[in-house]
Design a protein around this ligand. Structure first.
Ligand code: ADP
Length: 598
């Protein structure tokens, strides 16, 4: 037995050891192969993930990183990182601190603190703004300067970073996504601003309409009230006359207000267009002088108008609109200056550059002045200094807004200076092209005043009446026709009426030569409007085809007036008709062209 055991011990032990070694080696090989397969699988999964992430990041405005929670090592960085940030990806992988360049010091501190405070239970989501040194030249420049404080660099872009936790295991990673919202942000900001502007414009329109309605109703109420009082006092001529006078002055005010409102709405809708036609600045001064000399004299205000430093007189621009602006300043100056005060108007040629004249027009008064806090509001529509202004001085507060808009359309500027109790100064600065052709420059505008014989003509026009004047009136509206005929016939005029443009042309053609002295032509009429009728008459072969024709129309815009002149009419009278104007225009047409003796 002992021998048998010895035999086995001697021969089989090495065999069993060999067997055990073989089994062990096979197991190890199995394990190794299993591990290799697992590693390959993991690697291929990781490669798949990388490919997926890579594909995901192509053409995107976002880039992202996976940061291992345990040791804050970057385990994945999207391929577009370098291109978008301008920072070397290897540099970031080697030292995560480099990432701090993307955020401000405050943001970096904030993120680190929130990560520290995180309890690991709740879902973690951090949002922050970041900047991109590679994309923002401003940031790059700043970061390259070691002394510069880059805290605010790149603030004009709106970017958003997001940190969230991918899994809560030990291998958990933070997913850090950087997303550039600048374009979205810009669109949103623009849309918001546009919406706000549209809202404000609509609000301003509503305010304007309600203010306008209020402003119109007030004098309208006065007019109706005065008419009703006049009727109830019809047996007392003095009282009736008083109420009618009040009604008339309120109507005049209402008319000015409506004209101002129309101008204002034309400006607001962008429909006011400026003309560019040569005109003479000395003639403008002359017109203003004859307009205000008598009024200021009657109010005992010293009136002065001066032309300074001119070596050219004719410029190109919108004479009517420029005159409208200055008239508004002068009217206010006269209105707000008491007797004994002074109103001075100065035109000065500043300098000439590249064929343009830089012009200063100053209207200065010694009146009541303007409170300092009102000056900043003076150009807003319907603004007056206080409630007592309208009561004492009338007006609606639109003149300044219109003047300001017209001067802005001319690329000019208005400067206001005023001292309460001392006076006010409005100065307009504009630049106008110098007109071609001959420039006749008087020494001062006093030299430009009319000659003796034109003084005679002026006097004759002032004294002119419609006595014996034969007029053709084209008017489709019966009430307007009745009023016009009655008023002018009372003065001795002889009127014939046409009910539309066609009839007016026919009546003119059938009349004996020089049978009419002048034609008063409504514009909006059926069958043929006034402009077409005037054009037909001008085309006629009759020797009196140049008969004075005046538009008499409710179309009151400057543009309408210009059109009447362009068509070949002699003038444009706006409705409601001022019969003094009719008399003056007809008188001038007849007297200055030898149709009547002066
Ligand atoms: P209105 O004269 O119809 O009231 P404006 O728009 O022309 O309207 O003027 C607005 C306001 O500006 C006036 O009501 C007045 O309070 C003030 N203002 C304008 N010009 C003068 C001036 N020369 N002196 C004093 N106040 C003035």
């Amino acid at each position: 037995m002992g021998m048998i055991l010895e035999y086995i011990d001697y021969h089989l032990l090495p065999l069993s050891l060999l067997l055990a070694a073989i089994i062990f080696a096979v197991c190890c090989l199995g394990l190794y192969l299993g591990e290799r397969r697992r590693a390959r699988r993991i690697e291929s999964e990781a490669a798949g993930e990388r490919r997926f992430f890579g594909a995901f990041s192509v053409n995107r405005q976002e880039f992202f990183l996976l940061v291992r929670k345990r040791d804050l090592r970057i385990v994945y960085i999207s391929p577009n990182f370098e291109e978008m940030t301008g920072i070397n990806a290897e540099l970031v992988c080697a030292d995560i601190e480099v990432l701090k360049r993307l955020v401000s010091a405050n943001t970096a501190r904030n993120i680190v603190e929130q990560l520290k405070d995180w309890d690991g239970e709740q879902e973690l989501k951090l949002e922050f703004d970041y900047r991109m040194p590679g994309a923002d030249a401003e940031v790059t420049d700043c970061l390259e300067d070691p002394k510069a404080d880059c805290e605010d660099a790149g603030k004009n872009r709106q970017r958003h970073g997001l940190v969230s936790l991918q899994s809560d295991e030990d291998s958990a990673c933070y997913l850090v996504v950087f997303c550039d919202n600048t374009e979205d942000y810009k669109i949103r900001t623009t849309m918001k601003a546009e919406l706000e502007q549209a809202y404000q414009e609509s609000q301003a329109k509503t305010d304007f309409l309600s203010k306008m309605s209020h402003e119109i109703r007030t004098p309208m109420n006065g007019i109706l009230g005065m008419l009703s009082l006049a009727r109830s006092h019809v047996k007392d001529p003095r009282q009736t006359d008083y109420y009618l006078n009040r009604a008339e002055s309120l109507s005049q005010f209402l008319l000015t207000l409506i004209n101002d409102i129309l101008d204002m709405s034309r400006i607001e809708s962008g429909k006011m267009e400026l003309e560019a036609v040569p005109f003479d600045l000395f003639k403008v001064a002359e017109k203003l002088d004859s307009m205000f000399r008598n009024t200021t004299e009657a109010k005992n205000i010293r009136w002065e108008i001066a032309m300074q430093d001119f070596d050219v007189s004719r410029v190109v621009g919108d004479e009517l609109r420029l005159t409208q602006v200055i008239i508004n300043f002068i009217s206010n100056a006269v209105k707000f200056t008491p007797a004994g005060g002074a109103v001075t108007v100065t035109f000065r040629q500043m300098h000439k550059i590249d064929g343009n004249m830089h012009l200063m027009i100053r209207v200065r008064d010694t009146g009541k002045g303007i409170k300092a806090d009102f000056i900043s509001r003076i150009f807003r529509p319907f603004e007056q200094e206080d409630a007592s202004t309208a009561h004492h001085y009338g007006g609606s507060g639109l003149g300044m807004a219109i003047a300001d808009n017209i001067v802005k359309l001319m690329d000019g500027q208005i400067i206001v200076e005023s001292e309460e109790g001392k006076g006010t100064e409005f100065v307009v600065y504009i630049s106008l092209p110098i007109a071609g052709g001959e420039q006749i420059v008087p020494e001062s505008w006093y030299d430009a005043r009319p000659e003796e014989d034109t003084e005679d003509l002026k006097k004759a026009i002032e004294e002119f009446t419609l006595e014996g004047v034969r007029l053709l009136l084209a008017e489709d509206n019966d009430v307007n026709a009745e009023i016009a005929i009655e008023i002018m016939e009372m003065e001795g005029a002889v009127l014939e009426r046409a009910c539309d443009g066609l009839e007016a042309v026919r009546m003119f053609e059938e009349s004996p030569e020089h049978g009419y002295d002048a034609i008063l032509m409504d514009i909006q009429m059926p069958n043929m409007n006034g402009w077409e009728a005037a054009a037909q008459i001008r085309k006629s072969s009759r020797p009196d085809a140049d008969i004075p024709i005046f538009a008499m129309s409710a179309n009151a815009f400057v543009e309408d007036k210009r059109h009447s002149i362009e068509i070949g009419m002699n003038g444009h009278i706006s409705k409601p008709v001022d019969y003094d104007e009719v008399r003056e225009l007809v008188g001038e047409a007849l007297l200055s062209h030898g149709r009547r003796d002066v």
